[in-house]
Design a protein around this ligand. Structure first.
Ligand code: HEM
Length: 140
């Protein structure tokens, strides 16, 4: 993916993270946007999960630049989110990405519709990779 696009997303994430509660805002938003998704986090330690997601989001952004460490990180998420493990249905990623974009939009003072498209493109690559691992490989 175009380096300028990924750099713009990295910078936007950096500005949005100045809002110390970005990850809490994200989970609050995700759970209120979709109560079925909220239930999936009923037993989750959200304090820990917020830190995990912050790291993992950086990896998801870097994944779109063919970064080897990010590929490894997203391979792990692909495995853990599959039907056989956490069973995160592919349609949930749309709600998840919409909630993420909504909180970044209000936390990054330089947010724009162009930047929104850049976020969707960059994270979309990681999401496609994760979703493609939902079902077991044929023959396995
Ligand atoms: C780019 C998208 C996503 C990324 C990068 C991501 C990343 C992660 C990571 C790193 C973990 C920690 C466990 C592990 O290593 O796998 C995790 C856990 C989890 N994720 Fe995701 N996730 C994504 C999307 C989603 C979506 C769409 C849902 C459901 C709506 C979801 C639901 C969960 C749940 C329920 C857990 C377990 C929490 C617990 O430990 O109780 N994730 N995710």
């Amino acid at each position: 993916m175009d380096k300028a696009v990924v750099d713009a997303v990295k910078q936007s994430f950096g500005r949005a993270l100045i809002n110390k509660d970005l990850m809490k805002d994200f989970y609050d938003r995700l759970m209120s946007d979709n109560p079925a998704v909220g239930k999936m986090f009923a037993r989750t330690d959200l304090e820990k999960q917020k830190e995990i997601l912050k790291m993992s989001l950086s990896m998801a952004i870097l994944f779109s630049q063919d970064n080897v460490v990010a590929k490894h990180a997203m391979d792990k998420v692909r495995e853990s989110h599959s039907q056989a493990n956490l069973n995160i249905k592919p349609e949930f990623y749309t709600v998840w990405l919409n909630s993420l974009v909504s909180v970044v939009a209000v936390s990054d003072p330089e947010f724009s519709s162009e930047l929104e498209q850049h976020w969707r493109l960059a994270i979309g690559q990681a999401i496609n990779h994760i979703k493609s691992g939902y079902l077991p490989e044929p023959g396995s």
